[in-house]
Design a protein around this ligand. Sequence first.
Ligand SMILES: Nc1ncnc2c1ncn2[C@@H]1O[C@H](COP(=O)(O)OP(=O)(O)OP(=O)(O)O)[C@@H](O)[C@H]1O
Ligand SMILES: [Mg+2]
Length: 263
Amino acid sequence: MLEIKNLSKTFLIGTPNERTALDNLNLTVKDGEFVTIIGSNGAGKSTLFNAVCGGFTPDEGSILLDGKNITYEQEHKRAHYIGRVFQDPMKGTAPDLSIEENLALAYTRAHSGPFGKALNRKSRNFFRESLASYEMGLEDRMKTKVRFLSGGQRQVVTLLMCTLVAPRLLLLDEHTAALDPATGEKIMKITNKIVKEHKLSTLMITHNMKSALVTGNRTIMMDSGKIIMDFSGAEREKLTLEELLKMYTDKTRREFDNDRMLL
Ligand SMILES: Nc1ncnc2c1ncn2[C@@H]1O[C@H](COP(=O)(O)OP(=O)(O)OP(=O)(O)O)[C@@H](O)[C@H]1O
Ligand SMILES: [Mg+2]
């Protein structure tokens, strides 16, 4: 279970660019819950992920994972048990290493072992089988350097790197936004399969509001560093995009301003 309590962060305090990115935010995510996150540009969505991963120290508040306070744990230590996939397909992988080397690296990182040990016949078979199950033809390209893969193929490798050993939390930050619609859909299918298979507690920021309402089992809307809406169950099932946007305007007295989300 992830418990975020009274989390606040203001950047560039005392300068003209001062900005409160997280404002006393509270969020509890139960084990196995798959939460989609939407919100206007600058709402604080990526900052929330940065806080959970340890990219900075919050000004106030705490982050607990499975009861353990990780608020001040170093980022590289959290990377052992928190998986993260970014929008940029270049970000999650080492471009000059092959697919199998990238997977081995992730595998040893999750086990805290030395790099190299994971690449043997047994692990290669495991990597090959895992890749084959995603039906992207990557199982036959295990020795190909990742730099030669398409964006969608790279995102699959990154997803697999994050989940070869099930993380305690999976964070997806618009991980399909840089892909063409058909590839994006394929990556979403693979994402759903992985989350289901490992029963992963997952947070997914998405630019696609329609997809947000049908993916996973809960949707939250962020605005000005806060969670302003939280839907699950029957209420979420019958919610339409139009109703959601109207609620946003009613609550914030602003039009929803995220161009990508409204496409
Ligand atoms: N390291 C930083 N230094 C200064 N300001 C920052 C930093 N990180 C985030 N911010 C500011 O905090 C606010 C929230 O940014 P964040 O990236 O979390 O938004 P977002 O909801 O992910 O938006 P988008 O939909 O555009 O990705 C923005 O105003 C941003 O400029
Ligand atoms: Mg963002």
